[in-house]
Write a protein that binds this ligand. Structure first.
Ligand SMILES: *Cc1c(COP(=O)(O)O)cnc(C)c1O
Length: 354
């Protein structure tokens, strides 16, 4: 039975990645050993790590531009504090566009002063603030490119004379951007890249080593860079599955190719949300995410009918986050257009029935 999985994360991955990674659990590279039992220092695994790191930089167009890719643990939530610990001497600027930005701000305040340049909290984060000023005396600017919970996405990033740090957990590898504008990008793998358990960090080396505080080894990007992301035992399986997903994306034609698919999916669902009188979108139109579409029913009396129909269509994971309510369709890279079509059919069927 085919399930259409709209889960926000951990989320859908390509079927061929599930198949190859299952095979590797039983017999990796036909060596007779499982990927789960080989040494992380074995050539077979070192090749996986090197390949994953190289693919990440290649797909982002950042090869040979002074960046290093790392696969760390602790989730994007650990990056909230690691970014501040490694980069903040006194003060940093943060754009508050949702729960994850807010959490990043909370952690950064442990290490210095935070200038919150703008916030859309008063509107339950249904838009991206624009036209804000960033104080010049900040060590870096931090933003969240895609707000997974609220379904908003930054379309234009500011041009600033300071390092740009971006939490791209839920839209990395989904759309073309000039990634060289960013100095530190981080993303939990479980949204668009792999299973839970590893976090991609892409950092421009020249921004490191400038703070005076002592940084514990595990929290120091330079430790991990100097050891090729193998300072301690890396999350072997999560890195392997991520490597397979990045390879899948490269074979498809990379970010430019998947972006076209992602735009078709987003257009399909948003036009249904806009045309179907039973539904309304949550996020402001100009700021809508192409990854996570948030919407509600105009009339809650239809909730049970709609949810029964959703279930019968084998659609999984569209319940909205508790802070927004309603529904959220997460349409990450591995989601086929056809699955979005099934959801849209259910929405229009509801209109016919109601
Ligand atoms: C899910 C998410 C996080 C939290 O990631 P963890 O890996 O669970 O710590 C942070 N930022 C964004 C944008 C997210 O979507």
């Amino acid at each position: 039975m085919k399930i259409h999985n709209f889960s926000a994360g951990p989320c859908i991955l390509p079927q061929e990645v599930f198949e190859k990674s299952s095979q590797a659990v039983l017999n990796f590279n036909n060596d007779g050993l499982s990927i789960l039992e080989i040494s992380h220092r074995s050539k077979a695994f070192v090749d996986v790590m090197e390949n994953a790191r190289a693919l990440a930089l290649e797909l982002l167009g950042l090869e040979g531009k002074g960046y290093k890719a790392l696969f760390l643990q602790g989730g994007a939530s650990t990056q909230f504090l690691m970014a501040a610990m490694n980069l903040m001497e006194k003060k940093a600027a943060y754009l508050n566009t949702g729960t994850w930005s807010d959490n990043a701000i909370k952690e950064a305040k442990i290490y210095g002063e935070v200038a919150e340049v703008a916030s859309s909290k008063e509107a339950n984060y249904n838009y991206i603030p624009k036209g804000y000023k960033v104080p010049k005396d900040c060590d870096y600017f931090h933003c969240t490119s895609n707000n997974t919970i609220f379904g908003t996405q930054i379309k234009d990033f500011p041009k600033l004379d300071m390092p740009m740090v971006c939490d791209m957990s839920s839209d990395i590898f989904s759309r073309s951007l000039d990634f060289s504008k960013f100095d530190l990008i981080y993303a939990g793998a479980q949204k668009n890249m792999g299973p839970a358990g590893t976090t991609l960090v892409v950092v421009k080396e020249e921004i490191l080593g400038k703070v005076t505080r002592q940084i514990p080894s595990m929290m120091d990007y330079q430790t991990h860079i100097s050891k090729g992301s193998m300072f301690n035992t890396p999350p072997v399986f999560a890195v392997y599955v991520t490597m397979l997903t990045l390879q899948w994306l490269k074979d498809l034609g990379g970010i430019a190719a998947i972006e076209k698919e992602n735009e078709k999916k987003a257009q399909l669902i948003y036009s249904e949300i806009d045309l179907n009188p039973l539904f309304k979108g949550f996020a402001e139109k100009a700021d809508r995410s192409i990854m996570n579409a948030t919407f509600t029913l105009e009339n809650d009396n239809l909730k049970d009918t709609f949810e029964t129909m959703v279930k019968e269509a084998n659609i999984n994971g569209i319940n909205g986050h508790r802070s927004v309510g309603g529904y959220r369709a997460s349409m990450y890279n591995a989601m086929p257009l056809n699955s979005v079509g099934i959801l849209v059919d259910v929405m229009s069927e509801l209109e016919r029935k109601a």
